[in-house]
Design a protein around this ligand. Structure first.
Ligand code: MRU
Length: 348
């Protein structure tokens, strides 16, 4: 599933698989402007840290096309880039992608809009291809930690849909499966957006990898009964000390894994590591509309007028993480040392 984010460089349309409607409908949303991109990101037509990074890169291309005839195109472009970068606050990949495009622009500050457009078209395509390569590489490293017969629990969706393709946590699972390890997966349903029940189950089932969906609150029972041998999740932002923001509920899974002596891995490309922040305390946590909690589809499940919490992410302390699986290998604690080492190996 490598075509859920598709840019057509003849028509200049970004064609996205609408993840809100899966698994029952496979329909597409076409983006032609900055406003379309920002709406698709905020409404979660496309979601998952690396996937929104790649979408943002194509969004920069669309933004440039929009302003390229204007006399003050530079200022107009800056404004649009900021709108894209701030569409969702927690996943660092979004701003990372926009900054990467901006760096190219700074390096060629004299370039006219048409020259910049061809540079950015190449850069966005490169970012999409690099993300798939990073997922495949980290998948291979992570698969070494999986034993034949293991049941792996995952939370949210860190699969092909959440990346440019292949996936991070599901990349590890996919690689283990491709290596012939006879594994099974438990997908936590992941209230309220149900990324586990809808998207992880959809991807794995489609690929013939055995998956069972469980309510989020079944986690303790499943672990206590010895039904989980390993946990692998994705990440939205990893701080310099290894603290990791991921979908709400992840920290609870990590605490339960520690209590039951189960290894807990985070799988993410280096683009998800934000070395500018010292710890998870500095990671902004997105709060999303109440309706995602008060309703299931069109049905209200909570009395009108009752407030709800809808924090979209939580932070798992580094101390609960057995290893961070990256395209540079599995990083071990202390992460304040293994993270800079991984960046040095990558020449960044
Ligand atoms: O709100 P979402 O669906 O964008 O959150 C996604 C997650 O939390 C994923 O686990 C994370 O982005 C890793 S994706 C490879």
């Amino acid at each position: 599933m490598e075509d859920h984010i598709r840019y057509d460089s003849d028509s200049h349309v970004l064609d996205l698989l609408d993840q809100r409607l899966l698994p029952t409908q496979e329909s597409r949303v076409l983006c032609q402007s900055t406003a379309d991109i920002v709406t698709a990101l905020k409404d979660m037509v496309v979601r998952g840290a690396p996937a929104i990074g790649v979408t943002a890169a194509w969004g920069c291309v669309l933004a440039l096309r929009e302003v390229r005839q204007e006399p003050l195109w530079r200022a107009a472009l800056e404004d649009r880039l900021e709108r894209i970068a701030s569409a969702r606050p927690t996943a660092v990949n979004l701003r990372w992608a926009v900054e990467r495009m901006r760096r190219l622009w700074t390096a060629r500050a004299e370039a006219d809009p048409d020259t910049l457009l061809s540079l950015w078209l190449e850069e966005a395509a490169a970012m999409q291809a690099e993300d798939i390569a990073a997922c495949k590489a980290l998948g291979r490293f992570g698969a070494e930690r999986i034993r034949p017969g293991d049941t792996i629990m995952t939370h949210c969706n860190a699969g092909a849909l959440a990346t440019a393709g292949y996936g991070t946590a599901l990349g590890v699972i996919r690689a283990a499966w491709e290596n012939g390890k006879n594994i099974r997966v438990i997908a936590n349903e992941t209230r309220p957006f149900l990324q586990g029940a809808r998207l992880t189950a959809y991807e794995l089932h489609k690929n013939g990898i055995p998956v069972t969906v469980a309510c989020d609150n079944a986690c303790a029972l499943l672990m206590r009964r010895g039904m989980v041998q390993c946990v692998v999740v994705g990440a939205d932002r990893i701080a310099a000390n290894g603290d990791t923001a991921n979908k709400i509920g992840t920290c609870g899974v990590a605490l339960l894994a520690r209590e039951h002596g189960i290894p807990f891995y985070v799988a993410a490309p280096l683009s998800t590591i934000d070395r500018s922040i010292a710890s998870g305390a500095d990671i902004p946590i997105e709060e999303r509309p109440a309706r995602e909690v008060t309703h299931v589809g069109d049905t209200r499940i909570c009395p009108d007028g009752v407030p709800v919490f809808n924090f979209a992410f939580d932070v798992t302390p580094a101390a609960l993480i057995t290893g961070i699986v990256t395209e540079q290998g599995v990083l071990e604690p202390p992460y304040s040392q293994s993270i800079p080492d991984a960046f040095a190996r990558a020449g960044r």
